[in-house]
Design a protein around this ligand. Structure first.
Ligand code: GLN
Length: 186
């Protein structure tokens, strides 16, 4: 099994470290030639979705990755990665991969609560640590989307077809259960 990790910007190293802990092979995606090798799944890290979106276009990675995601490549997006995968971004015209029919609100927990740590229950796993950094939450979802976790009444993890999204950062904790959950979906 080989996982591609989008490594244009943001917190990709932490995902790589988590994969290393589980002994899973991965490679970094930075340029077009990187996506010519086969991959079993893709991770879109946290960071700044607008910057990542811009870099995806500048590197010409956007179209091939969008095609792969649309054709069913399993993908997990954390935080900014979740924004890149959402069909609708509130108050914005922009859409990136748009593969999961949810609406997300960016920086949704407010500036004071920009970063916080809590625990919450994720369906299929149980109680896990959740670290949020200027995180989005889900404001709407279509009926085939399964909301896996909620905080303050808003969805913070969801799955739909080949997509898993979390607004928090499991890769910033010692807890590898969400990564295992994703790998089990493959
Ligand atoms: N606030 C960022 C954005 O809107 C996401 C933050 C994160 O990925 N930790 O893209």
């Amino acid at each position: 099994m080989k996982i591609g990790v989008l490594a244009l910007q943001g917190g990709f190293i932490e995902h790589e470290q988590a994969l290393q802990k589980l002994g899973i092979s991965f490679f970094e995606i930075r340029k077009l030639s990187d996506v010519q090798q086969p991959m079993d799944a893709l991770i879109l890290p946290g960071g700044e979705s607008t910057v990542m979106g811009q870099l995806l276009h500048e590197t010409k990675l956007f179209s091939p990755l969008k095609t792969m995601i649309d054709e069913g490549l399993p993908v997990w997006g954390t935080c900014a990665g979740m924004i890149l995968l959402a069909k609708t971004i509130e108050d914005e015209q922009t859409r990136y991969f748009g593969r999961i029919p949810i609406a997300v609100k960016r920086n949704a927990f407010g500036r004071q609560l920009g970063s916080f740590h809590t625990t919450g229950v994720l369906t299929g796993i149980g109680e896990i640590p959740m670290t949020f950094i200027r995180a989005p939450f889900i404001t709407e979802s279509e009926k085939d989307v399964q909301i896996l976790a909620s905080i303050q009444g808003y969805g913070v993890a969801a799955t739909y077809r080949n997509v898993l999204v979390t607004s928090f950062h499991p890769e910033l904790t010692e807890d590898l259960q969400v990564l295992r959950y994703f790998l089990d979906l493959l």
